[in-house]
Write a protein that binds this ligand. Sequence first.
Ligand SMILES: *Cc1c(COP(=O)(O)O)cnc(C)c1O
Length: 407
Amino acid sequence: MTHGREEHLWIPESDLEGMSVDTLAVRAGQIRTGQLEHSDAIFPTSSFVYGSAAQAAARFGGEEPGNIYSRFTNPTVQAFEARIAAMEGGEKAVATASGMAAILSTCMALLQSGDHVICSRGVFGTTNVLFQKYMARFGVQTTFVSLTDMDEWRSAVRPETRMLFIETPSNPLCEVADLEQLSALAKANDALFVVDNCFCTPVLQRPLEQGADLVIHSATKYLDGQGRCVGGVVVGPARYLDEVYGFLRSAGPTMSPFNAWVFQKGLETLPIRMRAHCDNALELALWLESQPAVERVYYAGLESHPQHALAKKQQSGFGGVLSFELKGGREEAWRFIDSTRMISITANLGDVKTTITHPATTTHGRLSPEDKARAGITENLVRLSVGIEAIDDLKTDLERGFQALKD
Ligand SMILES: *Cc1c(COP(=O)(O)O)cnc(C)c1O
């Protein structure tokens, strides 16, 4: 009698039920070939072959499941999709060429001309452009409202409102939206509630369990976490994801197998990376708050943060992004940034390497002065995406900035 597991070349989905996100990150969605490799194989192929003309016909006709062409499906991409779907607690996931392609595909698949979107004001700059410039051209109007002001959300609702779109916590001021209240508002108005979960990842927040209809990621950020690839993903119930898949199959912004493989491996370390990001960010936020040259620190992990209690309820950690205002203006902020030596000066975030940026002249530079003021993007604001370096080395580097302000 054998006790082998040769029948179980991968873990059956039923075994994954009830497993923690830490386990799902390394075990969900693995496929194994006949080589029984322990790591994940990669399938860099554009198309697939059939055993016969009849089988080709059955695949094309949809009577037999299986791969046809990598714009439709690819085993490496499916492995990544299955893993992130399990981690977010979603029925299905569809991977895309970038985070923006994930947002675009969601809109193209689920909205039509005449529909109305309500979007939080602090979203990623390009998301704002997508809604304001491009979706508007196709007859989809968007109203931008404050992430945290429920009265603004309620009064923005129109009969044709079909989607509420948010990022929480927001970038760079770490405002936190009330998922429960927004989900209730969406349901009451028959609108989709879409959450860009880039900043928390499923390790810290699972919006689908808190009433969201769809979760979107820029996989480019924490999911990879090491700055190697651009990618995105949409997660949610099959009834919406089948539509998103249909758009992708026809329009083509699919994820490449190589990128999917990198993201698949990236997810394995996501839980421990997120904990390290959170620990470092909280410690730095507290330390920055005690610096005489700092006027104010924005981080939901601080008790001084207006939505600290809400963040504690919705999230299992406060994330790796924080920002702070220095005493002074642009001159002081730039001098501070330029005086660091290790921390990377870049607008990217979610990397194991700490990054520093001046939002008013980079990520939010396109906003008009009035929009900047309304969004709270001041000239003395500095944003950090806190990495996983040793906390003392990060403090030493930031100390150079404080020293330069004294000189
Ligand atoms: C970067 C980012 C995006 C866009 O993702 P890309 O992968 O760069 O296309 C969308 N949302 C948020 C919150 C982001 O940080």
